[in-house]
Design a protein around this ligand. Structure first.
Ligand SMILES: [Fe+2]
Ligand SMILES: [Fe+2]
Length: 418
């Protein structure tokens, strides 16, 4: 049986029924184990292990009238340790600091994250695999044209992100194209496999465009993939869950862009846009962060607090993105809205212009919601991802920032996500 996804979670036999008063959790601390809340008749995971407990988390729980969360009995020792640790004075807490962020940013830049569920047991690969976990890169499989390797199940069960060298990207692209054409489909679920292959190909094409954002040829390739994504969601609205299913250890602009585009397309379809407009929206959302191609990886992958100068450089990706996309004469004016307005907030507190309300384009408002949701649910080396349920609550809490009508549709659309 082939497992889809980075990590397989076995079905729990026991229930998370040990209550923990919320006032035992300290602001600014990492949650020591998965924590659940009662939602309707069932229990829903509210915090993943390692999530940061913030003022916002406490407020959400208070607003919902929740004073207790629940954990598994086996996690009680972790909770006890957490409580004893968080009660120590701040200065006595050890803070892990990675040895060399610079080296990490450099090595990360040389690699590309793949979806290990696309590595089919029994097929042959001619590209090497490494694992990125907790800031460390380690070799997993050495393979080349001369020394190809047959994929076995051991490759598929590793903790961390499976990455390849960027120089091996054409070989990986070839491998995915072969899978798309062949019958070696996963679980015989054609629509799911189709979505997985489209997502993986979109990431490759986008990565390639990020390296040459002024290429007229490459933008056409992006257009083809955006159309594939639209076709996929139109054929089966639930394929959005497959398109978004890969979660990794780290953030990659190409993965983020494909996720944001898929969500924006799905939202566009639900709001009743025409096919032509959905294509324009999908392209705008796919390329909303293209300005990041102009920022050094040392800043993009910096861990911890950014200086004012670095933050200004990051914020400038919106303006840079607009410049790049305006040079593509075929890129529609409406799509520019997604690029230039995706960091604007309805309250006028966003950037670059501080626009408010309906002065923010429709595509910009759709992309802003999708962008925020993906950022919240993405893992970073220093931040555990929020669960979809919690992320949706965080976004809806900021009711002033996002279009409330779009938000309602978005929550309904992603409400089923696990
Ligand atoms: Fe952005
Ligand atoms: Fe973004």
């Amino acid at each position: 049986m082939y497992n889809i996804g980075m990590a397989t979670r076995f079905r729990e036999i026991d229930e998370p029924d040990v209550p923990v008063p919320v006032n035992q959790l300290s602001i600014g601390s990492r949650i020591p184990c998965d924590m659940f809340i009662k939602d309707g008749l069932g229990l829903k995971v509210f915090f993943n292990k390692d999530t940061l407990f913030t003022n916002a988390s406490r407020d959400i729980l208070r607003d919902k009238g929740i004073s207790e969360v629940y954990i598994y009995q086996r996690d009680e020792p972790h909770l006890d340790f957490y409580i004893s640790k968080t009660r120590l004075p701040k200065q006595s807490q050890d803070r892990e600091t990675p040895a060399s962020f610079k080296q990490y940013a450099f090595t990360k830049e040389q690699h590309y994250q793949i979806d290990p569920s696309m590595l089919i047991e029994g097929t042959t690969i001619n590209f090497s695999l490494s694992v990125l976990d907790d800031f460390n890169f380690s070799s997993l499989v050495e393979a080349s044209d001369k020394y190809p390797v047959v994929v076995d199940s051991g490759i598929l069960n590793v903790a961390g992100d499976v990455v390849i060298k960027k120089t091996d990207l054409p070989r990986y692209h070839e491998y995915i194209s072969y899978l798309r054409k062949s019958y070696k489909f996963i679980d015989n679920n054609e629509s799911k496999t189709r979505a997985l292959a489209i997502r993986e190909t979109s990431k490759i094409v986008l990565q390639s465009f990020l390296e040459e954002p002024r290429s007229g040829e490459k933008i056409k390739e992006v257009e083809v993939l955006v159309n594939d994504i639209i076709g996929c969601i139109l054929a089966d609205q639930d394929s959005i869950y497959t398109l978004l299913s890969m979660k990794g250890y780290d953030y990659y602009t190409y993965t983020h862009s494909v996720n944001v585009s898929a969500m924006a397309v799905s939202l566009g379809i639900t709001t009743g846009l025409t096919r032509v407009d959905i294509e324009k929206l999908g392209m705008g959302a796919m390329l909303h962060d293209i300005g990041k191609s102009q920022i050094s990886h040392e800043i993009l992958d910096k861990q911890g607090r950014l200086s004012d100068v670095e933050y200004t450089i990051i914020k400038n990706h919106v303006i840079e993105g607009e410049k790049i996309m305006r040079d593509h004469k075929s890129f529609p004016e409406e799509s520019i809205g997604a690029v230039i307005h995706h960091h604007e907030k309805l309250t006028g507190k966003g950037y670059p212009f501080g626009l408010a309300g309906k002065d923010i384009s429709f595509f910009g408002r759709i992309t802003a919601i999708s962008d925020c949701y993906d950022a919240l649910t993405t893992r970073r080396p220093y931040k555990a991802p929020f669960t979809p349920f919690y992320a949706l609550m965080m976004i809806s809490k900021d009711t002033g920032d996002y279009d409330p009508d779009l938000l309602k549709i978005f929550i309904r659309m992603l409400g089923k996500i696990k």
